[in-house]
Design a protein around this ligand. Structure first.
Ligand SMILES: [Zn+2]
Length: 114
């Protein structure tokens, strides 16, 4: 084979630059559209919810160790969801309040045709 391998510098094949779907920052994002920070938050949320199929960490963890992994995550980062909860709350927060503005017209007394 004469073809040389494409250089794989610091760029991971699964990562590219873009806007994170969770925090909107322009950064390196993974195939799910999350920056590194949000990806790890999401990862922990998935483990908290036992969404083993979606978690990269759990994917490489034997089933008998997953509960241990979950307990470890909760012990270290707490039980409440970090990212998934935020997304749900964000959806609820939508909509700006008060669209109609009423302006009072000033009446000028004494002004009229006579
Ligand atoms: Zn992010």
């Amino acid at each position: 084979m004469l073809e040389s391998d494409p250089p794989m510098d610091e760029f991971d094949a699964q990562e590219f630059l873009g806007f994170c779907v969770a925090c909107d920052s322009y950064d390196r994002i993974d195939s799910t559209g999350h920056c590194g920070e949000c990806a790890s938050k999401l990862e922990r949320d998935l483990i908290r919810q036992r969404d083993w199929d979606y978690s990269w960490t759990a994917y490489g963890t034997p089933p008998e160790l997953r509960e241990k992994l979950r307990a470890e995550v909760i012990a270290r980062h707490g039980a409440p969801l970090e990212l998934l909860l935020e997304t749900t709350a964000d959806r609820k927060r939508r909509g700006r309040g008060g669209g109609r503005r009423r302006r009072k017209r000033k009446r000028r007394p004494g002004h009229g045709k006579k």
